[in-house]
Design a binder for this molecule. Sequence first.
Ligand code: TRP
Length: 384
Amino acid sequence: MLAKDCEKKIILTGDRPTGKLHLGHYVGSLMRRVELQNSGKFDEINILVADDQALTDNWDNPKKIRDNIIEVALDYLSVGIDPDKSFICIQSAIPALHALTFYYMNMVTTQRLSRNPTVKSEMALRGFNGSSTENDNEAGLPAGFFTYPVSQTADITAFKATNVPVGEDQLPMLEQAKEIVRKFNNTYNCDVLVEPDIMLPENATQRRLPGLDGKAKMSKSLGNCIYLSDDPKTVKNKIMSMYTDPTHINISDPGHVDGNMVFTYLDAFLKDDSQFAEYLPEYKNLDEMKEHYQKGGLGDVKCKKFLLKIMEETLEPIRAERAKWVQDIGSVFDILKAGTDHAVKVTNETLNECRAAMRINYFDDKPSIVADWEAWEKESHQAQ
Ligand code: TRP
């Protein structure tokens, strides 16, 4: 079934709890989730803390994942995910996801999985080169990691998600999910699963926020992040030392704005021109400021101080909200439990529908399965 034909609009999205969330997550996905949550246009919003997926390359360190589940939940709540409007759930506590993964595993080839560009680049990053030898298991590619797109398809389809708001790097996952959905529905001649639509951020810079060092992506492993939980001093230090334009040595030199992180971040974080009136009244808008920088005469320190004000407008309320929740981890846990209970219920329904479509729901459909068997047995006698 296509998402547009579904009666209910359901969002499913999520993150791996491998670390604190940073500004790349914020502009690429979290900010949008909050907008969507508050738009009133969706019947249901589910946010999955994907701990099983995180274990695919951290199986030897479950403590790291466990601690970060709480960290990520705090990040969600502090950016404005409202537990009265959105469910937050924990992947490993939702058994239907495991069962569906097992069925979907048959509907995708290893060749197809090897072509998934996200898996390819993540393999390279982790040194999973796929060339394991008998005496060197460590060098190989863990089967669980290799097949995680299948498990992600289970996540999305189990909730019957119509919309999946994620960053651009997740596009290949959505393609994979659609293929599996079509294959399942065709094979079992049913309309149980929904082909999800991806929702990408509208602003190109927000789709993939580069790191403080100017590298293509803000990422924990590259050590070029501002975390949502960073204190004001840390944020200030990070911004004051971020990558700008190495050819812009003296204030009077002409400068480049492309590839200059201060301007890239301003593109991503400025809300409207009134922020100029408030913090940098010499310019009406970002275009004027960029023009001056390009001509020469505008120094990096001034630009960075302005950026810091803009960033703090975003970060300060997040920090304040986080401080409240940190005092009440018990409630954070209760929120996770309530969201997970809901998830167990809806995903079990989907699993039952899938098993019914495959007619492997033996104990729910005893009369017709027995009748089928009787007919088959009779036929095979006649054939003899
Ligand atoms: N792969 C996502 C990430 O790396 C996390 C994730 C797991 C997810 N299951 C999902 C995202 C389902 C969207 C929908 O961040």
